[in-house]
Design a protein around this ligand. Structure first.
Ligand code: NAP
Ligand code: HSE
Length: 439
């Protein structure tokens, strides 16, 4: 049997993991032995790597991969938007299937890429783009297809979960743990994407598109990262019986009218207090967990390593094998259009609801003068805005200042914004120091 030619664009954390699997086929699925690494594009030929290849198969020009007639599957693991997006499209137009781990490209240009792939009769598979090694894309596309999905939520960034877990358990400094996450290959080349929440927003956009069947405008997703999180909030959360996790949440809003043209979805990314007995509270380190809720399945949770070389390569190679399996069965090269990502284009119109419409519980930390009656005044304002309070606690106070933590019941964010505007005007309130979500 003729081997299936693979072209790798990128030989960094993920690329080296993929090359390691393909170069060591023993005890793996027999199709791994049918794959041949034909060419690999890198930026720097001189760079020392964990796995080495003869210079004859390395190139600094990724276009050579796209145009190489001996390559049937192009694996894009270089990252960034451009030239990655253009290379994916050129590969598709050259009749090659593509496997990519690039959530930034798919979240912004997934629909265009899917349309190109459909027109060319090739596959674009993206399992590694969300959840690292966790199979979540194929389950959403296939195994859960019979469900009316109502909510997808969870921890979908390994770097930030690693940072938060170590800050919570070891009390270590944010900047030091971030450096460790970079050394371990978890972080993006610009880690701002991780810590500012944009990577998680890319991923929840992709998951929402698959779960709810419509293109999601990535730019509409309200996003807050962990970069402004203060250690004091981790401590207070713990005292109140919560851990803090960066959660991405996407849920279908109940619509009044059956004639509504577009399904509103509440989608957001935010550091969130998670009760200690919630399964997400036990998801630590680089692990991710994604909870899918729907009818009739109820709840199903996907858990595992969310970043890193081996786990991500496991997902990339699974996609390569899916395409290789289909190609080896389909020798007459008839284009098979089995991929729902290609055929499901907008079976529903969806739009991201305004941030003010999001309904959730909230954690608010205020710094106020430690004077009699201040808690009462804050409580009155919440009451005037019809916000019901679950708890209000005063933490360590100095001679003059008190830290007051409020946890609300589920309310619309518009209500909270209004209340905080009034609370800020109270002469005793010095600062609204933090606001977060709360489960
Ligand atoms: P990385 O370690 O920075 O590797 C990027 C690779 O691409 C490097 O080998 C680099 O070459 C090569 N490259 C970059 N620009 C190039 C260009 N213009 N021409 C040729 N080669 C170029 O990144 P990574 O962590 O493997 O991530 C790759 C992709 O996977 C990203 O989209 C990322 O979001 C996604 N992803 C990563 C993980 C993870 O855990 N790291 C998990 C899931 C998804 P040099 O080595 O010569 O610099
Ligand atoms: N930087 C990403 C993360 C890689 O930490 O989750 C996996 O997508």
């Amino acid at each position: 049997m003729k081997k299936i030619g693979i072209g790798l664009i990128g030989l960094g954390t993920v690329g080296q993991g993929v090359a390691t699997i393909i170069s060591n086929p023993n005890d793996r699925h027999p199709l791994v032995g049918e794959l041949e690494l034909v060419a690999i594009a890198v930026r720097n030929l001189q760079k020392k790597r964990d796995i080495s290849f003869p210079n004859s198969i390395l190139t600094t020009n990724p276009i050579e991969i796209v145009n190489n007639p001996n390559i049937q599957i192009v694996v894009e693991v270089m990252g960034g938007i451009e030239p990655a997006k253009s290379l994916i499209i050129q590969a598709i137009r050259a009749g090659k299937s593509v496997v990519t781990a690039n959530k930034a490209v798919i979240a912004r240009h997934g629909e265009e890429i899917a349309n190109e792939a459909k027109a060319a009769g090739v596959y674009v598979l993206i399992e590694a783009a969300v959840g690292g090694g966790i199979p979540i894309i194929e389950p959403l596309k296939q195994s859960l297809g019979g469900n009316q999905i109502t909510k997808v939520s969870g921890i979908i960034n390994g770097t930030t979960n690693y940072i938060l877990s170590r800050m919570d358990k070891e009390g270590v400094d944010y900047a030091d743990v971030l450096r460790d996450a970079q050394k371990l290959g978890y972080a993006e080349s610009d880690p701002a994407a991780d810590v500012e929440g944009s990577d998680a927003a890319d991923k929840i956009a992709i998951l929402s598109g698959l779960a709810f069947g419509g293109a999601i405008n990535r730019a509409d997703i309200p996003t807050t990262g962990i970069n402004l999180l203060e250690a004091i909030d981790v401590t207070y959360a713990r005292k109140l019986g919560y851990g803090i996790k960066l959660l991405a949440i996407s849920e279908k809003e109940k619509t009044q009218s059956k004639n509504q043209k577009s399904q509103p979805l509440s989608i957001w990314v935010e550091p969130t207090l998670v009760p200690e007995d919630n399964p997400l509270a036990g998801v630590n380190g680089v692990n991710n967990a994604i909870l899918v809720e729907g009818n009739p399945i109820g709840q199903v949770m996907f858990f595992g390593p969310g970043a890193g070389s081996g786990p991500t390569a496991s997902a990339v190679v699974a996609d390569i094998l899916n395409i290789a399996g289909i190609q080896s069965m389909n020798k007459d090269k008839t284009p098979l259009n089995l991929d729902p990502l290609l055929s499901a284009k907008s079976w529903r119109n969806c739009h991201v609801a305004e941030g003010r419409e999001i309904k959730k519980k909230n954690y608010i930390r205020l710094i106020a003068e430690d004077t009699p009656g201040v808690i009462g005044e804050i409580g009155t304002i919440f009451g005037q805005k019809k916000i019901s309070i679950e708890s209000i606690v005063q933490f360590d106070s100095s001679d003059t200042e008190a830290e007051i933590v409020v946890i609300t019941h589920k309310i619309k964010q518009g209500q909270l914004e209004q209340a905080l505007l009034d609370i800020k005007k109270l002469p005793q309130v010095k600062k609204i120091a933090a606001t977060m979500g709360c489960l």
